[in-house]
Design a binder for this molecule. Structure first.
Ligand code: DP6
Length: 353
């Protein structure tokens, strides 16, 4: 490249939402390739509430790959970033910069350095799947920058998986399954969409942020220490059926049971891992009492690797009641900051005041 060419920068920005697992992934059969011991199912949230926005840029003026997370520079030397960048560079194509007509050749991507800046609009690493949104967004933004086209469906999800397992599910909206796959190279360990965003319109998701503090045990180290939980496996087919037929009773039973088994597994790890706190347990109690009183499930809960609750309300009316109860029983305070993110119909926020 000539000197006058060394001033250009090419840039792309993307946004990807978090996802919340209703059948959880917890344990790897291959640590390097991030291959799970079971398939998992999640729902992808609205990007307005919980998402990562990532800008990726390339320029011959950049001397090395660099990364900023929420405005702070962090190392890009981690194996997960390196793996994602390597896989994307390997799939890069010739890209024409629209404004100047300049062509970045496929082979140029091997020597061009990348700058990455990523921001979350929600607490990082507090058990709200920040790495999922982050790596999904990174891979998607790089695909736009480098002109990467999938050679098979789900190829990008397999690359996002190398960044963080749950990230593969954030590349699709709606209900998504991460298929554990069989191949040793992980090419079939991909995410597929089970039902699109518009499916099951009645369902409302409410997130109660119990604590925005960084979790003490990361998912990665936590699951290394946990034992394999086979009971989770048998729910998978039933969960898929419940989602497709919009059967809230079944969906709620399996979602809560899966969450409780996951946290039981965490407690059964040596030394035990505590992700739930007193407020989380009170929230579980509130939902359990409500459902028992109603005779059939109206609300379901699930907790990832942190104390924050993700609650599913059967419909808008139930969601409005739930929000009212949350505001009444858990008023925002110094140690409990239950702010509310709602996925689904926004009008319930007004009705809950
Ligand atoms: C409890 O995807 O964060 O949220 O693959 O090691 O990056 P790594 O772990 P990560 O684990 C998520 C665990 C979970 C359950 C789930 O999302 O399925």
């Amino acid at each position: 490249m000539g000197n006058e060419e060394e001033t250009w920068v090419v840039m792309k920005t993307a946004r990807a939402p978090s996802n919340i697992a209703v059948i959880k992934y917890w344990g790897k059969r291959d640590e390097k390739l991030i291959l799970p011991i079971n398939s998992s199912i999640s729902v992808t949230l609205d990007p307005e509430h919980l998402s990562a926005t990532t800008t990726v840029a390339a320029s011959p003026a950049f001397e090395k790959d660099r990364l900023w997370l929420n405005g702070k520079e962090v190392s890009v030397e981690g194996v997960r970033y390196k793996n994602c960048l390597r896989e994307m560079r390997a799939r890069a194509t010739d890209v024409v910069i629209e404004s100047s007509g300049k062509v970045i050749r496929k082979e140029d991507w091997n020597s061009l350095h990348i700058h990455i800046a990523s921001e979350n609009n929600f607490p990082t690493a507090a058990g709200l799947a920040s790495s999922a949104a982050g790596f999904a967004c990174l891979v998607y933004a790089l695909a736009q920058l480098m002109g990467v086209q999938e050679k098979y469906e789900g190829e990008l999800t397999a690359i996002a998986r190398l960044g963080s397992g749950s990230a593969c599910r954030s590349l699709y909206g709606g209900f998504v399954e991460w298929k554990m796959g069989q191949e040793i190279d992980g090419t079939d360990s991909i995410a597929v969409q089970l039902a699109e965003e518009s499916h099951w319109k009645d369902l409302v998701i409410i997130i109660a942020v119990v604590s925005s503090r960084q979790k003490e045990t990361s998912s990665t180290s936590g699951m290394q220490e946990s034992v394999k939980t086979s009971p989770l496996l048998k729910y998978r087919a039933e969960m898929e059926k419940a989602i497709k037929s919009m059967n809230f009773t079944e969906f709620a039973k399996i979602t809560c049971a899966d969450s409780n088994q996951f946290h039981a597994t965490c407690l059964d790890t040596s030394p035990p891992i505590f992700y739930l706190n007193d407020t989380s347990r009170k929230l579980i109690g509130l939902v359990e009492r409500w459902n028992r009183h109603a005779g059939e499930p109206q609300v379901a809960y699930t907790f990832d690797a942190g104390p924050n609750a993700v609650m599913f309300a059967k419909n808008k009316e139930v969601a409005a009641q739930l929000l009212q109860r949350l505001l009444y029983q858990f008023p925002p305070s110094a140690d409990t900051d239950i702010s509310r993110y709602v996925h689904g119909d926004q009008s319930i926020l007004e009705s809950a005041g």
